[in-house]
Design a binder for this molecule. Structure first.
Ligand SMILES: Nc1ncnc2c1ncn2[C@@H]1O[C@H](COP(=O)(O)OP(=O)(O)O)[C@@H](O)[C@H]1O
Ligand SMILES: Nc1ccn([C@H]2C[C@H](O)[C@@H](COP(=O)(O)OP(=O)(O)O)O2)c(=O)n1
Length: 239
């Protein structure tokens, strides 16, 4: 039986979750939002969408000025209902398309760190992420790499979701295989580890900042991990 957390309607509740690739952030954050009746924001989807819009429009992802300029003008919309999980993006609203699946393609995973390490682009995306939290009156589960430290350090609940490298690679490999991608285990490992190493040059998501609780899911299954997060929420906000 799942645990429930009594929540007072209307009271601000931001649950900030950071962690490396494959630690379970997106799936666990989404399920937590669903069970608590909160909105859900996947900030990695915004970085991935910007990378995709670059790739689709001939913007070189290492061209700092061009990527920063695109970050300021590209259209991005994310459905915050955890049951929907849809993302639309494009050069502008008229040309925006449903990119929910495309942003998970290996070509985007390969290009996204170049965009995520562009500090000018980050400033703009962080602004949009904070606006998204305000748009739902601060009742949201938000996950990424710098949510507990930069985007929402004032969040009521702040946690770092980790898992061993072996667990993370196995999970990501199984996830890609299930979605029909034909990457070998070596390709998945090389891409995930290179991306985390590059991303870690601009954001700290491998060690918990002060006041951030670590949940290690290496030996937990999905449901046990969700329960650990719900327990932390209950202990932190009461109930
Ligand atoms: N605790 C867990 N045990 C087993 N599998 C998990 C666990 N947490 C997540 N997963 C699975 O691992 C895969 C990667 O999780 P995901 O949420 O996409 O990670 P992240 O957003 O951190 O990259 C998904 O298929 C997810 O269902
Ligand atoms: N708040 C965030 C979220 C994601 N990023 C970067 C780091 C990743 O390489 C990309 C994509 O993030 P995403 O969470 O989708 O990545 P994974 O699916 O966990 O591998 O964006 C970031 O720098 N800051």
């Amino acid at each position: 039986m799942s645990e429930s957390v009594p929540l007072r309607i209307g009271k601000s509740l931001v649950i900030a979750i950071d962690g490396p690739s494959g630690s379970g952030k997106s799936s666990v954050a989404r399920e937590t939002a669903h069970r608590l009746g909160l909105a859900y924001q996947d900030t990695g989807a915004m970085y991935r969408a910007l990378a995709l819009v670059c790739l689709e429009n001939g913007v070189e992802v290492h061209n700092q000025a061009a990527v920063e300029a695109l970050a300021k003008r590209f259209y991005f919309e994310q459905w915050f209902d955890p049951g929907v999980g849809m993302v639309a993006a494009g050069l502008d609203q008229e040309r925006a398309l449903d990119v929910t699946d495309e942003i998970r393609e290996p070509r985007v995973s390969e290009a996204v760190s170049a965009v995520a390490t562009n500090l000018g682009a980050r400033t703009e995306l962080i602004r949009r992420q904070r606006a998204a939290i305000e748009s739902v009156r601060s009742r949201m589960v938000v996950e990424g790499r710098d949510i507990t430290t930069v985007v929402a350090p004032q969040a009521e609940v702040r946690l770092l979701l980790t898992a061993s490298e072996a667990a993370r690679l196995a999970r990501r490999g199984a996830q890609l295989a299930a979605s029909g991608e034909s990457q070998t285990a070596e390709q998945v490992a090389a891409q995930v580890l290179a991306r985390d190493a590059k991303d870690a040059t601009v954001v700290e998501f491998q060690r918990a900042a002060d006041g951030v609780v670590t949940i290690d899911s290496s030996d937990l299954d999905f449901e046990q991990t969700v329960q650990a997060v719900l327990r932390l929420v209950r202990e932190t906000v009461g109930g």
